[in-house]
Ligand binder design. Sequence first.
Ligand code: GAL
Length: 825
Amino acid sequence: MNQRMLVTLCCLLLAWTMAAQQRTETLLEKNWRFTKGDVADAMKPEFDDTKWETVTVPHDWAIYGPFDRNNDLQNVAVTQNLETAASVKTGRTGGLPYVGVGWYRTTFEAPAGKQVSLVFDGAMSEARVYVNGQEACFWPCGYNSFHCDVTPYIYKDGQPNVLAVRLENRPQSSRWYPGAGLYRNVRVVATEAVHVPVWGTQLTTPHVAADYASVCLKTTVEGAGQQDVRIVTEILSPEGQVVAVKDNTMKINHGKPFEQNFLVDKPQLWSPETPYLYKASSKIYVDGRQVDEYVTRFGIRSIKLVADKGFFLNGKHRKFQGVCNHHDLGPLGAAINVAALRRQLTLLKDMGCDAIRTSHNMPAPELVQLCDEMGFMMMLEPFDEWDIAKCENGYHRFFNEWAEKDMVNMLRQYRNNPSVVMWSIGNEVPTQCSPEGYKVASFLQDICHREDPTRPVTCGMDQVSCVLGNGFAAMLDVPGFNYRTHRYVEAYGQLPQNLVLGSETASTVSSRGVYKFPAELKKHAMYDDHQSSGYDLEACSWSNVPDEDFALADDYDWTLGQFVWTGFDYLGEPSPYDTDAWPSHSSVFGIIDLASLPKDRYYLYRSLWNKRDNTLHVLPHWTWPGREGENTPVFVYTSYPEAELFVNGKSYGKQRKLDAKTALSLKEKDALWLQRRYRLMWMDVPYEAGELKVVAYDKDGRPAEEKIVRTAGKPHHLEVVADRMQLTADGKDLAYITVRVVDKDGNLCPADNRLVTFSVKGAGTYRAAANGDATCLDLFHLPRMHAFSGQLTAIVQSGLLEGDLIFEAKAKGLRTGKLILKVAP
Ligand code: GAL
């Protein structure tokens, strides 16, 4: 290399380092100090926190329990569950100790002369943020991301700055487990004086077609005063190629964002099936010097609603095959973890789910990013209450002052994410029945339209008579109904939009591996064991079983599809055991249980929603000592039209899914007439031990696939199967290990609930376990857990070093299960 080349290289390197330093983003993860309870002076820089616990953020202080029926005991009438008199509610918020004050402290470096902001992805709740002893900001809503400019409080001499955060959760502030603490990421963003602020761009794709798309980027630049600002933006394709460039200078600072427009030829369109992502990479210059670089990730896609016809993505009609999810990650609590989110989305993807409603709050940014990448459409929903209370200490206390600020943060943070296709302004808010409630709805909808003119707005409404009568439903872009399937047709007929969205559906209840006899449709069924039947025929008094929602989607063009309550079981809200029913403390609404194990219902949805793979699933299990000769109905959830059932070789005949008309003709004589469109059911099968076999036939009547379930013998060993055999050595990656009690031939022992203990050695640690039993009080973070219906899930976490992670599961009387996972850079 000659000297000139060397000098050029050095200059380039220097320029690169300087550019790299213009904007720094630092995650504050390690070495936080934490204490539960209020502490005077804890905000002061000199406060001695050495006796506090050392924790890593994201951190959920309440998930370590212990469970107790007195934790957040609520004596209320849940009016949305049609209750009129108050009664004691145990476990409503998970029976975990989330109530109270918690303090966190850490230090951070901030380069001298920079603009410094702190960004909190969410802090539960009523966060008061202090920097070097001074209160820098307050944000009451525990789910929303917020940022504060802390530049005035930063030490000028370069010494570490002290950050202290006080959080407070009031009793009766939630209808589910909210989590507690700094449960999402915290970062320090340092920029030059002239910079793009947090969430400072707005990107839209006004024209989307196969031959070209137009892209409009609006960039806010702060701190430039009257100086000229030059922005050079490159549009990068999913493969990283520059496909468009604009170089513009803003001569007059008129206070508006800086606008650049681009054309992208033959765009690769974003959809759940093709989640292509582009980037707009902008360099900002003042006086010829680069002062900032800001990257906006986006997708090119179009969305459209057509009255009477429904929702179109990129010009193609589709119905939402969505689920609602609360934010907790089961045994990990509310503390965010990308691997755990990815695991959830992987399961949902395989089911054929293509949409998520973040009920009833703002999501973690990692979830939205993953939905962009993995291909899920999203409905983001900020509120469960407005100005009228659902919970004594709920968000209504803040609504009037904070609603607009909360909306603006959510809208600005996520309006560039292609996965987000709709905003919801609330869930079953009591305000829907106020004569002037539509004004509040209109206020919130207008904020959405102002901040993001590209997406429609809905609201989850459950009081159909109110909202049809008082104008509330008519003024929304999209009328969203929660349950009340029997009123869809009427609502469609009355409303000007000529569309109805199932903003929340089903709330079918079931416990994995538990079956109740006889198998029949029931509302609010309760049993001594506090479980619900796995035949998927039970729902709450206000809700319904999945078949009703399938039929509405199939039979009426104007239905937009649905968001099932819920994809995953969550902590809290243990309906139907939601009154004084301790130890029930987590939900049974999930298609997938709290241990991330699919219930039978998973395959019912999969059989209709997953258009790529075939589904053939048979239930119940076939180990029923004592039920010999008793009627034990067999259900098959399958994508095939027809199947035949055999017990120990004896045929019980073929069943075929019925078309709508034939099913309806059975209405008078068969309670399960509607189910016969979507499930294959043999109602009269006397149980005998042995082999249950189902042979599925394709549309031409040819045998296509078979499934066998055998009666289990004596429990023999623990089978352990990990969802992934290799983890990244980042100290955060997770593997979910299914532990199953099986007989010597590997058949699941479906009634075995024995205690299992775990050990993890080598390149990782034990993180948590769960079994999906809503009544089980085993603590998630301890390395022991009872099996439930023969199964449980243990979660292990990678360390920072590569090597082998050795996992063992032991239980009395069984051969140990052992697995070796690789942890690699
Ligand atoms: C709905 C509500 C959800 C959940 C669900 C249980 O009314 O929107 O948050 O409570 O009922 O069925």
